[in-house]
Write a protein that binds this ligand. Sequence first.
Ligand SMILES: [Zn+2]
Length: 194
Amino acid sequence: MTRLSKRSAATGKRRLHRRRWRSPGKEKPSREELLQAAADEAQLNGKSLTAIRKHVLNVLLEADQPLTAYEVLDSLEGVGSVSPPTAYRALDFLIHLGFIKRVESLNAYVALDQGPSDLPVAFFVCEKCGQAEEIDAADSVIGLISTVDNKGFGVSHASLEVRGDCRGKLGCDTWADTAAGHAQSSTVDEHSHE
Ligand SMILES: [Zn+2]
């Protein structure tokens, strides 16, 4: 049995709780609902959503793109201990709680604005604006895990990230604007490279 299937077979309470967020036709929860849900979920696990953990979740929910651990660390100024272990511990806690994910190819973290998921989450990652959005690809991810499982490998973790151009859907100019810009010999956007 894989660690993954053990995790998804967690307590009935947890499964019910998560299904609540991901049921078809469910509206996107508000930031306040997600913060409250994270506090409830922590309590179900015998833990608590401390001020720092809550702050980190809030920062990620408010962010318009995935944040690196160092950006999260910077946000702790005036809230709590500004040390890398504090930031990483809070991020790990929120990952295990199911409310945030690490976007591996960006080495950054994103809050799940649809709430926790029992299944591995897939992302589209824009190579131009650095934004990421969860995509509904549960069947593909399950298929991938099954293939690996059937080969006899033990799966502990799966991630599916598709990279490309958001074409204006996330943070870039729209596809039409970009095409127009190319037609007019536009200047290179130097300040976008640090
Ligand atoms: Zn983009």
